[in-house]
Design a protein around this ligand. Structure first.
Ligand code: ADP
Length: 174
């Protein structure tokens, strides 16, 4: 859906590895050496050269983000961010999740990128409640975009119907 300032934030239901955007975001673990879920799908589709580059990135703490090439993927870059593991909500999970979205967008901005696609970070194995994660993600992206000039288009890529419905509702005009 269209936002002000000709910026667009939209929800799509898709496999993030198929998207020819400037950058896709990987919900990685802190080793950055691959894992299951969307991380596994991204490494599988990118090929072994992605792992070879990730080895040199020296890991990444929760809430931070690092950028790499995309190799066999149709996008140009992969931004690796590490979401929080949900531990009930009292361990700074919300701040860390908001930071994943903010730091990823700022990295894209630094590189002059225009379009960024995010998966639903932390809502798989890391167990973050989907409704809370969606509100946090939407608020963080809306807020960060205010200070972005080059990033014009953000996609929330939902793999499952429940997340897709949550994002469509969250992005609908009030
Ligand atoms: P986390 O460890 O951050 O919870 P997961 O990879 O387990 O990461 O899940 C994050 C989200 O990514 C989940 O909502 C999952 O359904 C979704 N997902 C898994 N594979 C893909 C894919 N190929 N494209 C987009 N989203 C995916």
């Amino acid at each position: 859906m269209a936002e002000n300032d000709a910026r667009v934030i939209e929800a799509v239901q898709a496999d993030i590895t198929k998207l020819a955007v400037d950058a896709i975001v990987n919900a990685a673990n802190s080793s950055l050496l691959g894992g299951g879920g969307v991380d596994g799908a991204i490494h599988l589709a990118a090929g072994p050269a992605l792992l070879a580059e990730c080895v040199k990135l020296n890991g990444c703490p929760a809430g931070e983000a690092k950028i790499s090439g995309a190799y066999r993927l149709p996008c140009k870059f992969v931004i690796h961010t590490v979401g929080p593991v949900w531990r009930g909500g009292g361990r700074g999970e919300e701040k860390l999740l908001a930071s994943c979205y903010r730091k990823s967008l700022l990295l894209a901005e630094e590189r002059g990128l225009e379009s960024v696609a995010f998966p639903n970070i932390s809502t798989g194995v890391y167990g973050y409640p989907k409704d809370k994660a969606a509100s946090c993600a939407i608020a963080s992206v809306r807020d960060t975009l205010k200070s972005c000039a080059s990033v014009r288009r953000v996609l929330f890529v939902c793999f499952d119907g429940e997340n897709f419905a949550l994002y469509r509702k969250g992005l609908a005009p009030a």
